[in-house]
Design a protein around this ligand. Structure first.
Ligand SMILES: Cc1cc2nc3c(=O)[nH]c(=O)nc-3n(C[C@H](O)[C@H](O)[C@H](O)COP(=O)(O)OP(=O)(O)OC[C@H]3O[C@@H](n4cnc5c(N)ncnc54)[C@H](O)[C@@H]3O)c2cc1C
Length: 524
């Protein structure tokens, strides 16, 4: 007989993925432990782009302010040619256009450690804290929970939880303990020198600087305070040098001209080897994987940290339902919804990295166009990611021919007016609840009885006959609702259903296999 778990969830790993999940579950009031094998927080920049969609997630979690303060938007590229000529080009990271309806259209350049700092701070506000210096060295699960063995500075200990989430990065031990292979390919010929450096020479911090070279470009990106992220591809066939300040200085002297860039210090130096691999499922019983533990890929397109944050956000509200009695089939929808996203990210980032590396030893024109290609496309904002056709999404409501479809991210709209407030749609979505928008309809709907902690029901319409007025007509323009339509948004900001009033029971029956609506929404 095993002891009863005293913790709801143990999150393994305090990178961006684990921290996002720990924040989400903590604000929902669950007993969460987040354990990290390192004794102190990560100080390496590693990922350096945060997408608009991840900013929306951090906003919902209450962790966006620090990131907005330290992130840099629209950082143009500046090419330093060997002739001494300077050529300026637009930013790599492309902003979302107006059709995305987001408060955060610009991807931001920011060191990953800043994002982690913001999430750690938020976790502390929520009453949690990372437990540093605890390494998971064993996992065993049974019908009631999971036993985790931890190595500490003082020896070993065990802990029990109802669920465990391995957010322990590309070399995940969790993945090995539950026997899920990381299938794919290691690209031995795709390697980068990378590092965080400071400079003693003057270089303006308003550009990402690039020195094209036939031995491989050198890049410096300003990332807050005095720090720069250094990147340089190691061309195929070249035996890599050992990263050191002296070695990186030698690369600058050889490729950018002696004395043009003088490195002063380095806080992190590494060689980044590109793996393109993922697991076939993100769940084995009560143990789940998220972030790099489930999928690794090249940095092209800046997807790693973002995909992890968004995995965690998809999982958080589902674990909430599960811990409140929903059926475990709901957890399968986590894999089902996120695996196609990881597949697309792997394919896209591999293609972009191949193009960037093919041009890595070229001049400004070819290199510039390859680098520009890294930042384009809808995947780069994260706003086009959708779960259309997924099992949890209600496909009914054939009347929906335009506007966002079930499974899509719900776009923001502004200019909503109530008796004493004026707000945007995201203000109404912010929090842990489902949100139901009942458009231009006064008759009762079944969901009027939902517990307010689980679902907020908003009656909205074009004029003062509705409690919320679409004063600028933006809801109507963006969502294109019909009178009497119910638009249901999940806690992760994706549309679950668009149905005519009167068809609520069809939706409830659709969700019965998960028992999520009964437990999470309690409409009856
Ligand atoms: C060297 C390097 C350079 C990178 N550069 C870029 C880049 O330039 N651009 C980009 O987009 N992405 C880059 N990435 C990828 C990006 O950093 C990841 O996608 C992102 O960190 C994923 O977040 P995560 O939280 O899933 O995993 P991680 O950030 O890796 O966090 C996992 C955490 O789990 C901890 N952990 C591991 N095992 C255990 C255990 N057994 N017990 C307890 N804790 C454990 C680790 O110490 C770590 O803190 C880089 C990654 C690396 C490794």
């Amino acid at each position: 007989m095993t002891d009863h778990p005293s913790t709801d969830v143990i999150v393994i790993g305090a990178g961006p993925t684990g921290l996002t999940l720990a924040c989400d579950l903590s604000r929902r009031g669950f007993a969460v432990r987040i354990v990290e094998r390192e004794p102190t927080p990560n100080h390496a920049t590693r990922a350096k782009t945060i997408q608009p969609r991840s900013l929306e997630v951090l906003d919902d979690l209450g962790a966006v302010d620090h990131v907005l303060r330290h992130g840099v938007a629209k950082l143009p590229m500046r090419f330093h040619e060997s002739s001494g000529a300077i050529v300026d080009k637009p930013p790599i990271a492309i902003s979302a256009d107006d059709s995305a309806h987001t408060p955060y259209p610009d991807p931001l350049q920011i060191g990953q450690f800043h994002v982690e700092h913001a999430l750690r701070q938020r976790l502390e506000e929520l009453g949690g804290a990372v437990e540093f210096g605890l390494e998971v060295i064993g996992i065993e699960q049974d019908d009631d929970g999971v036993t985790v063995t931890l190595r500490t500075a003082d020896g070993e200990q065990t802990a029990r939880a109802r669920y465990v989430v391995g957010a322990d990065g590309g070399k995940s031990s969790t993945r090995k303990f539950i026997g899920l292979p990381l299938a794919g390919k290691t690209y031995d010929e795709q390697r980068w020198y990378i590092g965080d450096v400071t400079l003693s020479s003057d270089l303006d911090r308003d550009h990402m600087h690039i020195w094209p070279s036939d031995q491989g470009m050198l890049g410096l990106t300003p990332l807050g305070d005095e720090l720069w992220q250094f990147q340089s591809p190691i061309l195929p066939g070249v035996v890599p040098g050992t990263p050191s300040l002296e070695f990186y200085q030698q690369l600058f002297d050889e490729r950018a001209g002696t004395g043009n860039v003088v490195l002063a210090g380095a806080s992190w130096l590494s060689v980044y080897l590109i793996n393109v691999r993922m697991v076939a499922t993100y769940r084995k019983g009560r143990v789940l994987l998220a972030g790099d533990a489930a999928h690794v890929h090249s940095a092209a397109g800046g997807q790693g940290m973002n995909t992890g944050i968004q995995d965690a956000y998809n999982l958080g509200f589902k674990l909430d339902s599960i811990l409140n009695g929903a059926l475990s089939t709901l957890l399968d929808t986590y894999s089902e919804e996120r695996i196609p996203v990881a597949r697309r990210v792997l394919a896209m980032s591999t293609d972009k990295m191949a193009r960037a590396l093919a041009a890595a030893g070229s001049g400004e024109e070819e290199l510039g166009s390859a680098l520009a290609g890294i930042g384009d496309g809808k995947m780069n904002t994260g706003l086009g990611i959708h779960y259309r056709g997924a099992r949890m999404i209600y496909p009914g409501g054939s009347e929906v021919t335009s506007g966002p479809q079930p499974g899509d991210r719900a776009p923001n709209v502004t200019g909503l007016e109530g008796g004493r407030f004026r707000c945007g749609l995201f203000d109404l979505l912010r929090g842990m609840h489902y949100s139901l928008f009942v458009w231009d309809h006064t008759a009762p709907v079944i969901f009027d009885n939902a517990k307010p902690t689980h679902m907020h029901v908003h009656r909205i319409g074009p004029d003062r006959s509705s409690p919320i007025v679409d004063a600028e007509g933006e809801f109507q323009r963006v969502y294109q609702p019909y009178a009497g339509e119910l638009i249901l948004v999940r806690p992760d900001g994706h549309l679950l259903a668009r149905i005519p009033a009167g068809q609520e029971m069809d939706l409830i029956n659709h969700l019965a296999p998960f028992r999520s609506i009964g437990n999470t929404v309690r409409p009856y």
